[in-house]
Ligand binder design. Structure first.
Ligand code: S3P
Length: 452
Protein backbone atom coordinates (compact mmCIF):
# COMPACT_ATOMS: atom_id res chain seq x y z
CA UNK A 1 0.00 0.00 0.00
CA UNK A 2 1.39 3.39 -0.88
CA UNK A 3 0.29 6.77 0.39
CA UNK A 4 1.19 8.41 -2.90
CA UNK A 5 0.73 7.36 -6.50
CA UNK A 6 -2.10 5.57 -8.26
CA UNK A 7 -5.36 4.96 -6.37
CA UNK A 8 -5.71 1.51 -4.79
CA UNK A 9 -9.40 0.52 -4.91
CA UNK A 10 -10.26 -2.14 -2.35
CA UNK A 11 -13.36 -4.19 -1.53
CA UNK A 12 -14.45 -5.58 1.83
CA UNK A 13 -16.92 -8.47 1.99
CA UNK A 14 -18.77 -10.28 4.70
CA UNK A 15 -17.03 -13.51 5.63
CA UNK A 16 -16.19 -15.60 8.65
CA UNK A 17 -15.78 -14.28 12.19
CA UNK A 18 -12.70 -12.18 12.99
CA UNK A 19 -10.48 -13.96 15.48
CA UNK A 20 -6.96 -13.76 16.85
CA UNK A 21 -4.48 -11.16 18.03
CA UNK A 22 -4.13 -7.76 16.36
CA UNK A 23 -0.70 -6.20 16.93
CA UNK A 24 -1.32 -2.62 15.86
CA UNK A 25 1.59 -0.22 15.15
CA UNK A 26 3.00 2.63 17.23
CA UNK A 27 1.10 5.78 18.12
CA UNK A 28 1.20 8.38 15.35
CA UNK A 29 0.99 11.42 17.62
CA UNK A 30 3.78 10.18 19.88
CA UNK A 31 5.93 9.12 16.91
CA UNK A 32 5.88 12.63 15.37
CA UNK A 33 6.72 14.18 18.73
CA UNK A 34 9.59 11.73 19.41
CA UNK A 35 11.32 12.75 16.19
CA UNK A 36 10.72 16.47 16.66
CA UNK A 37 11.79 16.62 20.32
CA UNK A 38 14.68 14.26 19.56
CA UNK A 39 15.81 16.84 16.98
CA UNK A 40 15.57 19.61 19.62
CA UNK A 41 17.67 17.76 22.21
CA UNK A 42 21.45 17.82 22.43
CA UNK A 43 22.75 14.28 21.78
CA UNK A 44 21.23 10.99 20.69
CA UNK A 45 17.62 10.00 21.28
CA UNK A 46 16.72 6.36 20.65
CA UNK A 47 13.15 5.54 19.70
CA UNK A 48 11.66 2.06 19.57
CA UNK A 49 8.20 1.17 18.31
CA UNK A 50 8.14 4.20 16.00
CA UNK A 51 5.22 4.14 13.58
CA UNK A 52 6.72 3.76 10.12
CA UNK A 53 3.70 5.24 8.39
CA UNK A 54 4.15 7.79 5.62
CA UNK A 55 3.13 10.74 7.85
CA UNK A 56 5.89 9.97 10.32
CA UNK A 57 8.44 9.19 7.59
CA UNK A 58 7.72 12.65 6.17
CA UNK A 59 8.44 14.19 9.58
CA UNK A 60 11.71 12.22 9.82
CA UNK A 61 12.72 13.58 6.42
CA UNK A 62 11.82 17.11 7.51
CA UNK A 63 13.97 16.81 10.66
CA UNK A 64 16.91 15.88 8.42
CA UNK A 65 16.22 18.91 6.24
CA UNK A 66 16.45 21.13 9.34
CA UNK A 67 19.84 19.63 10.23
CA UNK A 68 19.17 16.74 12.62
CA UNK A 69 20.71 13.33 11.91
CA UNK A 70 17.95 10.73 11.75
CA UNK A 71 18.65 7.07 11.05
CA UNK A 72 16.80 3.77 11.13
CA UNK A 73 18.45 0.75 12.75
CA UNK A 74 15.79 -1.91 12.51
CA UNK A 75 12.03 -2.06 12.24
CA UNK A 76 10.68 0.71 14.47
CA UNK A 77 14.12 1.49 15.94
CA UNK A 78 15.33 4.98 15.11
CA UNK A 79 18.15 7.27 16.27
CA UNK A 80 17.95 11.05 16.26
CA UNK A 81 21.00 13.26 16.83
CA UNK A 82 19.45 16.56 17.85
CA UNK A 83 20.74 20.05 17.13
CA UNK A 84 19.46 21.62 20.33
CA UNK A 85 16.71 24.20 20.94
CA UNK A 86 17.14 27.02 18.42
CA UNK A 87 19.67 24.96 16.45
CA UNK A 88 17.63 24.33 13.30
CA UNK A 89 19.40 25.12 10.01
CA UNK A 90 17.53 26.61 7.06
CA UNK A 91 16.30 23.82 4.75
CA UNK A 92 17.62 23.95 1.18
CA UNK A 93 14.36 22.84 -0.37
CA UNK A 94 10.60 22.78 0.18
CA UNK A 95 9.41 20.66 3.13
CA UNK A 96 6.75 18.23 1.90
CA UNK A 97 4.66 16.96 4.81
CA UNK A 98 2.54 14.74 2.58
CA UNK A 99 -0.88 14.12 4.18
CA UNK A 100 0.07 15.14 7.71
CA UNK A 101 -1.56 18.09 9.48
CA UNK A 102 0.20 17.12 12.69
CA UNK A 103 3.60 17.01 10.98
CA UNK A 104 3.32 20.37 9.26
CA UNK A 105 1.75 22.25 12.17
CA UNK A 106 4.17 20.96 14.80
CA UNK A 107 7.19 21.61 12.59
CA UNK A 108 6.00 25.14 11.76
CA UNK A 109 5.81 25.80 15.49
CA UNK A 110 9.23 24.32 16.14
CA UNK A 111 11.01 26.53 13.54
CA UNK A 112 8.99 29.71 14.18
CA UNK A 113 11.31 31.10 16.86
CA UNK A 114 14.54 30.49 14.93
CA UNK A 115 15.64 33.11 12.35
CA UNK A 116 15.36 30.89 9.27
CA UNK A 117 12.78 30.54 6.50
CA UNK A 118 11.13 27.35 5.34
CA UNK A 119 8.49 26.64 2.73
CA UNK A 120 5.96 23.91 3.47
CA UNK A 121 3.66 21.95 1.19
CA UNK A 122 1.72 18.70 1.17
CA UNK A 123 -0.70 16.58 -0.82
CA UNK A 124 -4.05 17.85 -2.13
CA UNK A 125 -5.75 17.08 1.20
CA UNK A 126 -3.16 18.94 3.29
CA UNK A 127 -3.06 21.87 0.84
CA UNK A 128 -6.78 22.37 1.43
CA UNK A 129 -6.52 22.52 5.24
CA UNK A 130 -6.44 25.71 7.35
CA UNK A 131 -3.05 26.83 8.65
CA UNK A 132 -4.04 30.22 10.13
CA UNK A 133 -4.94 28.46 13.36
CA UNK A 134 -1.19 27.91 13.76
CA UNK A 135 0.29 30.93 11.97
CA UNK A 136 -1.90 33.39 13.98
CA UNK A 137 -0.34 32.45 17.34
CA UNK A 138 3.11 32.07 15.75
CA UNK A 139 2.86 35.71 14.60
CA UNK A 140 2.63 36.70 18.28
CA UNK A 141 6.14 35.27 18.77
CA UNK A 142 7.32 37.46 15.85
CA UNK A 143 7.18 34.88 13.02
CA UNK A 144 5.68 35.74 9.64
CA UNK A 145 3.82 33.55 7.17
CA UNK A 146 3.06 33.96 3.49
CA UNK A 147 0.80 31.35 1.96
CA UNK A 148 -2.04 30.89 -0.46
CA UNK A 149 -5.43 32.50 -0.02
CA UNK A 150 -7.25 31.35 3.10
CA UNK A 151 -3.99 30.52 4.86
CA UNK A 152 -3.39 27.40 2.76
CA UNK A 153 -0.14 25.62 1.81
CA UNK A 154 2.27 26.05 0.15
CA UNK A 155 3.38 28.53 2.75
CA UNK A 156 6.68 30.11 3.77
CA UNK A 157 7.33 30.79 7.43
CA UNK A 158 10.11 33.12 8.53
CA UNK A 159 11.02 32.56 12.14
CA UNK A 160 11.40 35.37 14.67
CA UNK A 161 14.94 36.67 15.18
CA UNK A 162 14.13 38.00 18.65
CA UNK A 163 11.14 35.91 19.77
CA UNK A 164 8.83 37.04 22.54
CA UNK A 165 7.09 34.61 24.88
CA UNK A 166 3.35 34.31 24.35
CA UNK A 167 0.20 33.80 26.40
CA UNK A 168 -2.37 32.19 24.13
CA UNK A 169 -5.86 30.78 24.55
CA UNK A 170 -6.60 28.24 21.83
CA UNK A 171 -9.77 29.22 19.95
CA UNK A 172 -10.49 25.61 18.87
CA UNK A 173 -9.87 22.40 20.82
CA UNK A 174 -6.71 21.33 19.01
CA UNK A 175 -3.64 19.51 20.27
CA UNK A 176 -1.86 20.56 17.09
CA UNK A 177 -2.36 24.25 17.82
CA UNK A 178 -1.45 23.82 21.48
CA UNK A 179 1.66 21.87 20.53
CA UNK A 180 2.76 24.35 17.84
CA UNK A 181 2.66 27.17 20.41
CA UNK A 182 4.51 25.14 23.05
CA UNK A 183 7.19 24.06 20.56
CA UNK A 184 7.63 27.69 19.45
CA UNK A 185 7.85 28.67 23.13
CA UNK A 186 10.86 26.37 23.52
CA UNK A 187 13.13 28.96 21.89
CA UNK A 188 11.49 32.08 23.37
CA UNK A 189 12.92 33.56 26.57
CA UNK A 190 10.68 33.50 29.65
CA UNK A 191 7.39 31.69 30.03
CA UNK A 192 5.02 30.75 27.24
CA UNK A 193 1.49 29.97 28.41
CA UNK A 194 -1.18 28.07 26.51
CA UNK A 195 -4.73 27.91 27.83
CA UNK A 196 -7.19 25.38 26.51
CA UNK A 197 -10.84 25.32 27.53
CA UNK A 198 -11.18 21.61 26.70
CA UNK A 199 -8.46 19.07 27.35
CA UNK A 200 -6.88 17.75 24.15
CA UNK A 201 -4.26 15.01 23.87
CA UNK A 202 -1.37 15.88 26.18
CA UNK A 203 1.51 13.97 24.58
CA UNK A 204 3.53 17.15 23.92
CA UNK A 205 3.35 18.23 27.56
CA UNK A 206 4.29 14.77 28.82
CA UNK A 207 7.15 14.41 26.40
CA UNK A 208 8.53 17.91 27.00
CA UNK A 209 8.67 17.07 30.71
CA UNK A 210 10.38 13.78 29.85
CA UNK A 211 13.06 15.63 27.86
CA UNK A 212 13.72 17.84 30.90
CA UNK A 213 11.77 21.02 30.08
CA UNK A 214 10.12 22.93 32.91
CA UNK A 215 6.42 22.62 32.17
CA UNK A 216 3.38 22.70 34.44
CA UNK A 217 -0.36 22.24 33.91
CA UNK A 218 -2.89 23.84 36.19
CA UNK A 219 -6.63 23.24 36.02
CA UNK A 220 -8.40 26.58 36.52
CA UNK A 221 -11.78 28.18 35.75
CA UNK A 222 -10.43 29.08 32.28
CA UNK A 223 -9.46 25.49 31.59
CA UNK A 224 -6.02 23.89 31.41
CA UNK A 225 -3.25 26.45 31.82
CA UNK A 226 0.05 25.08 30.53
CA UNK A 227 3.20 27.02 31.34
CA UNK A 228 6.53 26.28 29.65
CA UNK A 229 9.83 27.92 30.57
CA UNK A 230 11.71 28.70 27.37
CA UNK A 231 15.25 27.96 26.25
CA UNK A 232 15.89 24.77 28.22
CA UNK A 233 18.59 22.32 27.25
CA UNK A 234 16.62 19.24 26.30
CA UNK A 235 18.28 15.97 27.28
CA UNK A 236 18.13 13.08 24.82
CA UNK A 237 15.80 10.24 25.78
CA UNK A 238 15.10 6.58 25.19
CA UNK A 239 11.50 6.45 24.04
CA UNK A 240 9.27 3.40 23.75
CA UNK A 241 6.30 4.43 21.63
CA UNK A 242 3.06 2.86 22.86
CA UNK A 243 0.61 1.36 20.34
CA UNK A 244 -1.95 3.63 18.80
CA UNK A 245 -5.47 3.57 20.27
CA UNK A 246 -6.70 5.29 17.09
CA UNK A 247 -5.43 2.34 15.02
CA UNK A 248 -6.69 -0.19 17.58
CA UNK A 249 -10.14 1.30 17.00
CA UNK A 250 -10.45 -0.46 13.61
CA UNK A 251 -9.94 -4.13 14.60
CA UNK A 252 -11.88 -3.47 17.83
CA UNK A 253 -14.90 -1.99 16.03
CA UNK A 254 -14.77 -4.56 13.23
CA UNK A 255 -14.89 -7.36 15.84
CA UNK A 256 -17.93 -5.77 17.51
CA UNK A 257 -19.98 -5.82 14.28
CA UNK A 258 -18.85 -9.06 12.58
CA UNK A 259 -20.80 -12.08 13.80
CA UNK A 260 -18.92 -14.51 16.03
CA UNK A 261 -15.77 -12.37 16.35
CA UNK A 262 -13.35 -12.41 19.28
CA UNK A 263 -10.21 -10.28 18.88
CA UNK A 264 -7.44 -9.34 21.31
CA UNK A 265 -5.59 -6.04 20.70
CA UNK A 266 -2.64 -5.99 23.11
CA UNK A 267 -0.73 -3.09 24.71
CA UNK A 268 -3.01 -0.20 23.90
CA UNK A 269 -2.43 3.13 25.62
CA UNK A 270 -5.53 4.32 27.49
CA UNK A 271 -4.39 7.90 28.16
CA UNK A 272 -7.69 9.59 29.13
CA UNK A 273 -7.11 12.27 26.46
CA UNK A 274 -7.29 9.50 23.82
CA UNK A 275 -9.60 6.77 25.12
CA UNK A 276 -13.07 8.33 24.61
CA UNK A 277 -14.09 5.85 21.90
CA UNK A 278 -13.70 2.80 24.12
CA UNK A 279 -15.80 4.38 26.86
CA UNK A 280 -18.48 5.27 24.30
CA UNK A 281 -18.55 1.75 22.86
CA UNK A 282 -18.99 0.29 26.34
CA UNK A 283 -21.90 2.68 26.96
CA UNK A 284 -23.47 1.43 23.73
CA UNK A 285 -23.33 -2.09 25.13
CA UNK A 286 -20.19 -3.36 23.39
CA UNK A 287 -18.55 -6.47 24.77
CA UNK A 288 -15.21 -4.72 25.13
CA UNK A 289 -13.00 -5.47 28.11
CA UNK A 290 -9.68 -4.13 29.35
CA UNK A 291 -7.47 -7.06 30.30
CA UNK A 292 -4.18 -6.91 32.16
CA UNK A 293 -4.64 -3.20 32.99
CA UNK A 294 -1.25 -1.77 34.01
CA UNK A 295 0.96 1.34 33.88
CA UNK A 296 3.79 1.70 31.38
CA UNK A 297 5.96 4.82 31.07
CA UNK A 298 3.46 6.72 33.20
CA UNK A 299 0.51 5.86 30.93
CA UNK A 300 -2.35 3.42 31.58
CA UNK A 301 -2.10 0.47 29.18
CA UNK A 302 -4.33 -2.57 28.65
CA UNK A 303 -5.00 -5.44 26.27
CA UNK A 304 -8.36 -4.77 24.64
CA UNK A 305 -10.65 -7.71 24.01
CA UNK A 306 -13.55 -7.14 21.64
CA UNK A 307 -16.28 -9.70 20.96
CA UNK A 308 -19.22 -9.59 18.58
CA UNK A 309 -21.90 -7.42 20.20
CA UNK A 310 -25.32 -7.81 18.59
CA UNK A 311 -27.14 -5.85 21.33
CA UNK A 312 -25.53 -2.44 20.95
CA UNK A 313 -27.82 0.62 21.20
CA UNK A 314 -27.34 4.13 19.85
CA UNK A 315 -26.48 6.78 22.44
CA UNK A 316 -25.91 10.51 22.70
CA UNK A 317 -22.12 10.90 22.84
CA UNK A 318 -21.26 13.55 25.46
CA UNK A 319 -19.88 16.56 23.52
CA UNK A 320 -17.23 17.17 26.19
CA UNK A 321 -15.76 13.81 25.23
CA UNK A 322 -15.21 14.86 21.60
CA UNK A 323 -11.54 15.85 21.89
CA UNK A 324 -10.62 12.48 23.41
CA UNK A 325 -12.04 10.59 20.42
CA UNK A 326 -11.89 13.15 17.62
CA UNK A 327 -10.22 10.76 15.16
CA UNK A 328 -12.60 7.93 16.04
CA UNK A 329 -15.97 9.40 14.93
CA UNK A 330 -15.75 7.87 11.42
CA UNK A 331 -15.40 4.31 12.76
CA UNK A 332 -17.90 5.05 15.55
CA UNK A 333 -20.44 5.98 12.88
CA UNK A 334 -19.96 2.52 11.34
CA UNK A 335 -20.60 0.86 14.70
CA UNK A 336 -23.59 3.20 15.18
CA UNK A 337 -25.02 2.04 11.84
CA UNK A 338 -24.92 -1.54 13.18
CA UNK A 339 -26.46 -0.60 16.56
CA UNK A 340 -30.15 -0.17 17.26
CA UNK A 341 -31.47 3.42 17.08
CA UNK A 342 -29.89 6.85 16.72
CA UNK A 343 -26.37 7.79 17.78
CA UNK A 344 -26.12 11.54 18.27
CA UNK A 345 -22.73 13.24 17.94
CA UNK A 346 -22.53 16.93 18.82
CA UNK A 347 -19.72 19.46 19.31
CA UNK A 348 -17.72 17.96 16.44
CA UNK A 349 -17.13 20.92 14.10
CA UNK A 350 -13.43 19.99 13.94
CA UNK A 351 -14.34 16.87 11.96
CA UNK A 352 -15.04 19.12 9.00
CA UNK A 353 -11.37 20.22 8.71
CA UNK A 354 -9.53 16.91 9.11
CA UNK A 355 -7.84 15.03 6.23
CA UNK A 356 -11.33 15.37 4.67
CA UNK A 357 -14.66 16.76 5.83
CA UNK A 358 -15.25 13.60 7.80
CA UNK A 359 -18.92 14.21 8.60
CA UNK A 360 -19.66 14.68 4.92
CA UNK A 361 -17.49 11.79 3.71
CA UNK A 362 -19.10 9.33 6.15
CA UNK A 363 -22.64 10.67 5.70
CA UNK A 364 -22.48 10.38 1.90
CA UNK A 365 -21.09 6.84 2.01
CA UNK A 366 -23.38 5.57 4.76
CA UNK A 367 -26.47 6.99 3.04
CA UNK A 368 -25.47 5.27 -0.20
CA UNK A 369 -25.08 2.06 1.82
CA UNK A 370 -28.65 2.31 3.13
CA UNK A 371 -28.29 4.19 6.44
CA UNK A 372 -30.12 7.41 7.31
CA UNK A 373 -27.74 10.15 8.45
CA UNK A 374 -28.66 13.72 9.42
CA UNK A 375 -25.99 16.37 9.73
CA UNK A 376 -25.40 20.03 10.54
CA UNK A 377 -22.35 22.27 10.92
CA UNK A 378 -21.14 20.71 14.17
CA UNK A 379 -23.34 17.64 14.67
CA UNK A 380 -24.56 14.48 13.02
CA UNK A 381 -26.94 11.66 13.81
CA UNK A 382 -26.60 8.11 12.48
CA UNK A 383 -29.82 6.10 12.57
CA UNK A 384 -28.63 2.56 13.22
CA UNK A 385 -30.54 -0.42 11.89
CA UNK A 386 -29.05 -3.03 14.19
CA UNK A 387 -26.76 -5.97 13.33
CA UNK A 388 -26.42 -6.54 9.60
CA UNK A 389 -28.51 -3.43 8.89
CA UNK A 390 -26.08 -1.91 6.43
CA UNK A 391 -27.00 -2.88 2.88
CA UNK A 392 -23.69 -1.99 1.17
CA UNK A 393 -23.26 -2.61 -2.55
CA UNK A 394 -21.53 0.75 -3.01
CA UNK A 395 -18.23 2.32 -3.96
CA UNK A 396 -17.36 5.24 -1.68
CA UNK A 397 -14.98 8.16 -2.15
CA UNK A 398 -12.31 8.40 0.55
CA UNK A 399 -10.95 11.88 -0.31
CA UNK A 400 -7.31 11.00 0.50
CA UNK A 401 -8.41 10.20 4.06
CA UNK A 402 -6.98 7.07 5.69
CA UNK A 403 -9.64 6.89 8.39
CA UNK A 404 -12.50 7.17 5.91
CA UNK A 405 -10.97 4.32 3.90
CA UNK A 406 -10.48 2.05 6.95
CA UNK A 407 -13.95 2.87 8.32
CA UNK A 408 -15.75 1.87 5.13
CA UNK A 409 -13.64 -1.28 4.75
CA UNK A 410 -14.70 -2.28 8.29
CA UNK A 411 -18.31 -1.47 7.35
CA UNK A 412 -18.06 -3.83 4.37
CA UNK A 413 -17.06 -6.74 6.62
CA UNK A 414 -20.54 -6.65 8.18
CA UNK A 415 -22.78 -5.35 5.37
CA UNK A 416 -25.09 -7.50 3.24
CA UNK A 417 -23.37 -6.49 -0.02
CA UNK A 418 -19.65 -5.63 -0.38
CA UNK A 419 -18.31 -2.12 0.15
CA UNK A 420 -15.56 -0.79 -2.12
CA UNK A 421 -13.39 2.23 -1.36
CA UNK A 422 -11.99 4.17 -4.31
CA UNK A 423 -8.53 4.46 -2.75
CA UNK A 424 -7.03 2.50 0.14
CA UNK A 425 -3.58 4.03 -0.56
CA UNK A 426 -3.78 6.70 2.18
CA UNK A 427 -4.12 3.99 4.84
CA UNK A 428 -0.31 3.79 4.62
CA UNK A 429 -0.07 7.21 6.29
CA UNK A 430 -1.06 5.85 9.69
CA UNK A 431 -1.58 2.05 9.58
CA UNK A 432 0.67 0.54 6.88
CA UNK A 433 -0.06 -3.05 7.98
CA UNK A 434 -3.86 -2.63 8.09
CA UNK A 435 -4.48 -4.92 5.12
CA UNK A 436 -2.36 -7.95 6.25
CA UNK A 437 -3.38 -7.46 9.88
CA UNK A 438 -7.10 -7.49 9.08
CA UNK A 439 -6.67 -10.40 6.65
CA UNK A 440 -4.83 -12.27 9.40
CA UNK A 441 -7.94 -11.95 11.59
CA UNK A 442 -10.02 -13.40 8.76
CA UNK A 443 -11.24 -10.24 7.01
CA UNK A 444 -12.10 -10.54 3.33
CA UNK A 445 -10.31 -7.59 1.74
CA UNK A 446 -9.49 -7.64 -1.96
CA UNK A 447 -7.67 -5.18 -4.08
CA UNK A 448 -10.10 -4.58 -6.90
CA UNK A 449 -7.56 -5.12 -9.69
CA UNK A 450 -6.42 -8.41 -8.06
CA UNK A 451 -9.96 -9.67 -7.61
CA UNK A 452 -10.66 -8.86 -11.25
C1 S3P B 1 -3.22 15.22 16.62
C2 S3P B 1 -4.24 16.05 16.99
C3 S3P B 1 -5.60 16.01 16.42
C4 S3P B 1 -5.84 14.71 15.64
C5 S3P B 1 -4.67 14.32 14.78
C6 S3P B 1 -3.42 14.14 15.63
C7 S3P B 1 -1.91 15.37 17.25
O1 S3P B 1 -5.76 17.09 15.54
O2 S3P B 1 -7.00 14.82 14.84
O3 S3P B 1 -4.93 13.12 14.10
O4 S3P B 1 -1.06 14.47 17.15
O5 S3P B 1 -1.68 16.42 17.88
P1 S3P B 1 -6.22 18.55 16.08
O6 S3P B 1 -5.20 18.99 17.03
O7 S3P B 1 -6.28 19.42 14.86
O8 S3P B 1 -7.56 18.34 16.70
Amino acid sequence: MSAHGDPVPMTARKGAALTGVADVPGDKSISHRSLILGAMAVGETVITGLLEGQDVLDTAKAMRAFGAEVSRDAEGVWHVHGVGVGGFAEPEDVIDCGNSGTGVRLIMGTMATTPISATFTGDASLRSRPMARVTDPLALFGASAVGRRGGRLPMTITGAAAPLPVRYTTPVPSAQVKSAVLLAGLNAPGQTVVIEAEATRDHTERMLAGFGAEITTEITQEGRVITLTGQPELKPQTIVVPRDPSSAAFPVCAALIVEGSDVLVPNIGLNPTRAGLFETLREMGADLTYENLREEGGEPVADLRARYSPDMKGIEVPPERAASMIDEYPILSVVAANAEGPTVMRGVKELRVKESDRIDAMAVGLRAAGIEVEDGPDWWIVHGKGPGGVEGGVTVATHLDHRIAMSFLCAGLASRQPVTVDDAGPIATSFPVFEPLMRGLGARLDRVNQAG
